[in-house]
Design a binder for this molecule. Structure first.
Ligand code: TA6
Length: 289
């Protein structure tokens, strides 16, 4: 159940836009109206569970580096036009607060026909904060053409050190290795990091768990309406190329996050007929190891 506090909204100078805060006995969460972007989640009694780059742009000029970017209506490069913005367009556009209640808020936006998206849709993002942080992305096809939809809740989880975590939940699954020409490979055991890693796990409908020895905690991910998960850490060179990740220095930058993204990507494209709806949802929780 969501917590009992009503959301509060204020203008955030750094963001240059409004941020809504959910607060209750289970912790706090903050969401920007720009991109319906979850910026922060601080479970009660825990270190922050999401990572946000201290050098990210927050003005919508490019996607915010951290929190939970909403990748929609395509994941990564557009399948037909690589010039179009990576991860679609809604993460850098203003949404609107639709309604809210104790411990929850809903944002909405409309997507009309534009380059790369000759369709019409209404999109909603609902966030609720209780013992878990629940995020649900719902697409309604309001047009007359079938939408080939790929999408992700591109979550940047905060970790003690990327070299001291492992991720369970993918053993035996096939993944596309984006660092090896999208070759199909099979996961053996848990995922560990010793360099850049960028994988789309296919047919992953179950959960996942990030085990963090340094912080002595695990973050669990349960999901619905998702057939894929994307796991990513840019490591040193790619972080430098991206330019909005602070240098590793004393265990900063890329060493302090891992992306485990609840998605429909790669082969797992959703074909959304006119009038149909589809929801991609994740429920996140933190517990002691
Ligand atoms: O989800 C992993 C990924 O597709 C990586 O390949 C990397 O491009 C990352 O997303 C970040 O993309 P962005 O457009 O936000 O820089």
């Amino acid at each position: 159940m969501p917590d009992d506090a009503n959301p509060t909204t204020r203008f955030d100078d750094r963001l240059g836009g409004e941020v809504t805060e959910l607060r209750g006995p289970h912790g706090t969460a903050r969401i920007a109206t720009l991109g319906a972007h979850v910026l922060a989640w601080e479970p009660a009694g825990e270190a922050p569970a999401l990572w946000l780059s201290p050098v990210s742009r927050l003005d919508g000029a490019r996607g915010v580096r951290g929190g939970v970017p909403v990748c929609w209506p395509w994941f990564a490069q557009h399948p037909l036009d690589p010039v179009l913005s990576s991860h679609g367009f809604v993460r850098t556009e203003p949404w609107r607060r639709a309604d809210s209640g104790p411990g929850r808020i809903r944002f909405e936006t409309e997507a009309d026909a534009r380059p790369g998206f000759p369709h019409r849709a209404r999109v909603a993002l609902e966030v609720s904060l209780g013992a878990r942080l629940a995020i649900a992305l719902t697409t309604e096809n309001t047009g007359t053409t079938t939408i080939p939809l790929s999408e992700a809740l591109h979550t940047y989880f905060a970790v003690g050190d990327i070299g001291a975590i492992e991720i369970a939940g993918f053993d035996g699954l096939t993944y596309l290795d984006k660092l090896d020409d999208n070759r199909r490979k099979v996961q053996s055991g848990t995922i560990r990091f010793a360099g850049e890693l960028d994988r789309i796990y296919l047919g992953h409908t179950g959960g996942a768990e990030i085990r963090d020895r340094l912080l002595g905690r695990r973050i669990t991910i349960a999901k619905q309406g998702s057939a894929s998960s994307v796991v990513w850490n840019p490591w040193i060179e790619k972080s430098a190329r991206l330019g909005d990740i602070d240098p590793p220095g004393t265990c900063g930058g890329h060493r302090r996050f891992v992306c485990v993204e609840t998605a429909n990507a790669g082969d797992d494209v959703v074909s959304l007929a006119p009038g149909a709806r589809h929801t991609l949802a994740a429920e996140l929780a933190v517990a002691r190891l």
